[in-house]
Write a protein that binds this ligand. Structure first.
Ligand code: NAD
Ligand code: UDP
Length: 338
């Protein structure tokens, strides 16, 4: 199976390429390297023994996408490419709608021209907004509170309409909860540019000495210790979820929607403690005000993915934190420039 992986040089895409190779699939990567480095390709090869084809380019370039789909005889597409920083999306909404919404429309238009009718899309639990209760099932109402979330929701809606009009397509929306961790070899991991927005990259940069302390955003939430609770999922489990989606519903016509989460909720302080235990490093922190737009708690009901995809998250909190630390300690400044 030849699979175009847009954004395949990024955090989740690179791990997914490794799991795809392991499952006998042939990933072909299209990435503009806006948020990733060339070195990722060498690391994929080091870990998997296979160097995937890489095309440096933009998913919004329709003629390029058409050429790639044809030249590599593509059967299916996993679409990771996009921008993902919530705070930045408030400052640069146009860039977010252009990359995330327009990027997807151009991609689907190119796929239609080439008769490629299987698409797996990277969505997010952010489309549930502030859920009325937990755990969250796929039929919960959706909403958005920032341009990033709205871009994901818009794409979901566009793809839902498109699939309705084109019932012979298979379109899968995967709603990720909080991806963390890295490849167990420590060769690949999350390498944010600048100050990390997400909890675990920040925690690991504190542990490795790149930052002084963690600011814990909010300590008065109605949760067990007052800090926010999330469903952290190991990136290797998430990657396996994409392989399962392609294998189980990739050839089934229809619109398929799945939560990819563990079903467990951990607080910010749970994560700090687990990381300290895994790394043997102290992670100093300060309790500060809530971050605007954050919700108290969020975790998945992953039963639908288990039932229909035969997939479930199997990696523990200890593996998530130990693997994050292995990556961070082996690569304290992230990926080197090649
Ligand atoms: P990432 O930034 O590491 O990877 C995205 C990749 O896409 C990067 O390599 C970047 O260079 C590339 N890219 C961006 N715009 C592009 C364009 N126009 N054309 C070609 N390539 C482009 O992000 P990630 O964490 O791997 O996330 C992958 C996807 O999953 C994104 O769509 C993101 O919104 C979604 N997602 C991520 C999370 C998370 O917490 N990491 C959670 C939910 C959903
Ligand atoms: N968080 C924090 N300090 C940070 C980054 C995040 O306390 O520097 C908290 C945040 O308030 C939330 C949790 O960690 O409760 C996960 O945040 P993240 O940004 O990683 O993911 P989100 O669930 O917001 O998408």
């Amino acid at each position: 199976m030849n699979v175009l992986v847009t954004g395949g040089m990024g955090y989740i895409g690179s791990h997914t390429c490794i799991q795809m190779i392991d499952a006998g699939m042939n990933p072909v990567i299209l990435d503009n390297l806006y948020n990733s480095k060339n070195t990722v390709l060498e690391r994929i090869e080091k870990v998997s023994g296979v160097k995937p084809t890489f095309i440096e380019g933009d998913v919004r370039n329709k003629s390029l996408v058409v050429d790639v789909l044809k030249a590599h005889n593509i059967d299916a597409v996993i679409h990771f490419a996009g921008l993902k920083a919530v705070g930045e999306s408030v400052q640069k909404p146009l860039e977010y709608y252009d990359n995330n919404v327009n990027g997807t429309l151009v991609l689907v238009d190119a796929m239609r021209d080439c008769d490629v009718k299987t698409l797996v899309f990277s969505s997010s639990a952010t489309v549930y907004g502030d859920p009325a209760s937990v755990p969250i099932t796929e039929d919960f109402p959706t909403s958005a509170t920032n341009p990033y979330g709205r871009s994901k929701l818009m794409v979901e809606e566009c793809l839902t309409d498109f699939q309705k009009a084109n019932p012979d397509w298979s379109i899968t929306l995967l709603r990720y909860f909080n991806p963390v961790g890295s490849h167990p070899t420590g060769e690949l991991g999350e390498d944010p540019q600048g100050i990390p927005n997400n909890l675990m990259p920040f925690v690991s940069q504190v542990a490795v000495g790149r930052r002084e302390f963690l600011s814990v955003f909010g300590h008065d939430y109605p949760t067990k210790d007052g800090t926010g609770v999330r469903d952290y999922i190991h990136v290797m489990d998430l990657s396996d979820g994409h392989v399962a989606a392609l294998q189980k519903v990739g050839s089934k016509q229809g619109l398929h929607v799945y939560n990819l989460g563990t079903g467990n909720g951990y607080s910010v302080l749970d994560m700090v403690k687990a990381f300290e235990a895994a790394s043997g490093k102290e992670v100093p922190y300060q309790l500060v005000d809530r971050r605007p737009g954050d919700i108290a708690e969020c975790w998945a009901d992953p039963a639908k993915a288990t039932k229909e995809l035969g997939w479930q998250a199997i990696r523990t909190l200890e593996e998530m934190t130990a693997d994050t630390w292995r990556w961070q300690s082996k690569n304290p400044q992230g990926y080197p420039e090649s």
